[in-house]
Design a protein around this ligand. Sequence first.
Ligand SMILES: NC(=O)C1=CN([C@@H]2O[C@H](COP(=O)(O)OP(=O)(O)OC[C@H]3O[C@@H](n4cnc5c(N)ncnc54)[C@H](OP(=O)(O)O)[C@@H]3O)[C@@H](O)[C@H]2O)C=CC1
Ligand SMILES: CCCCCCCCCCCCCCCC(=O)[C@@H](N)CO
Length: 352
Amino acid sequence: MALPGNPIVVGLSTAAALLVATSLTMGLFAKNQMPVAGRNIIVTGASQGMGKAVALLLASMGANVAIVARDLKKLGAAAEEIQAVMTANASKYPDQKLAVISADLSEVESAHRAVAEAEAQIGDTEILWCCAGGANPGFFRDYQPSDLEWSMKTNYWSAVYIAHNVIQKMTSRPPPVQKYPTDGNHQRKIIFTSSLVTFCPLVGYSSYAGPKAALRALTDTLRQECLLYDIGVHCCCPGSILSPGLENENLTKPDVLKKIEEEDDVPQTPEDVAKYCLEELQRGQTLPVSSFIARAARSAMVGPTPRVGFFFETLLTWICTIVFLFVRRGHDRLVLQEKKAKGGYPWENRQA
Ligand SMILES: NC(=O)C1=CN([C@@H]2O[C@H](COP(=O)(O)OP(=O)(O)OC[C@H]3O[C@@H](n4cnc5c(N)ncnc54)[C@H](OP(=O)(O)O)[C@@H]3O)[C@@H](O)[C@H]2O)C=CC1
Ligand SMILES: CCCCCCCCCCCCCCCC(=O)[C@@H](N)CO
């Protein structure tokens, strides 16, 4: 037979072919899909937690940054840290700009004002990264209607009003000339922040999972429309972040949810979340995650959303679809234990 007989040659060429195939699918040879140096970026929720870490990271890489949140005192403290990073950068990236904007983004007029002020100070928006959000965990039956509305405003409208305004502005003018051109993709971008909860809804997050899943659905839909405008649309889905927001929500978090989170999730620092989400964005991932657990959950829930690293991600999809059956049953079991601890259904012998 005329097959290449030498096993070393066969072995080496197979290995080389596999390496090239995986490297291509894993995006190793791919271009940077999100260069940030010299670009104008609005970061919302940037006075603390993940948003502040994102703003600091982008500033350290040479971006012009506009930070938006409500409380001016917290904004001022964050601005000092960001300004220090920019000052240290001055020789590499001269004239880096920082804008500090106080606005309640859940109000449409304030959201529009925030964009106008940001653009007056740092220039036309090239990237909007929405981090503002927060959770008020509890049981659905115990919420007031206003609690449910609060979550929708805080997580959904605070991102949608500003993104809508920025997209209208972006599509009415051509992309700007790059101050630091690279061979990467300088496409403009909208980035939302959802949560791992959008892949694995959990007891206690009934007010939060809806708006966060809505952001993911919006991302998929808007990504498709934005092919018309060459604007990228992405939605970060991190697990627990060691932020002031998490400390605060833990004060009212149901015990059963705390238990699930302690067992299944390892909280990350805001800095790690910012770093890994940015790496995923630079690889072009539509739903960036920052931990393996979130990546596993995403793979089971990715559906038609584009994925980077198709072969590996699809293999993970097959495995995690099965694993998820057991994970969910484990969570259900913890909920049933909670029912027992509480003395049955609420209308029976209920203690709490
Ligand atoms: N912490 C976690 O465990 C996880 C969080 N997430 C999500 O990641 C994002 C960041 O979370 P985290 O780091 O905990 O954030 P924090 O809760 O610590 O901070 C929230 C930020 O958003 C701002 N903000 C809140 N509401 C508004 C509003 N209406 N208008 C303008 N700014 C607002 C806050 O400032 P101010 O109050 O002054 O307005 C603050 O800067 C959120 O979207 C969150 O849902 C996702 C997964 C896990
Ligand atoms: C295939 C296997 C997948 C397994 C997945 C199991 C995940 C369970 C852990 C859930 C952690 C919740 C993190 C998000 C919290 C959040 O968004 C709030 N803290 C907001 O502030």
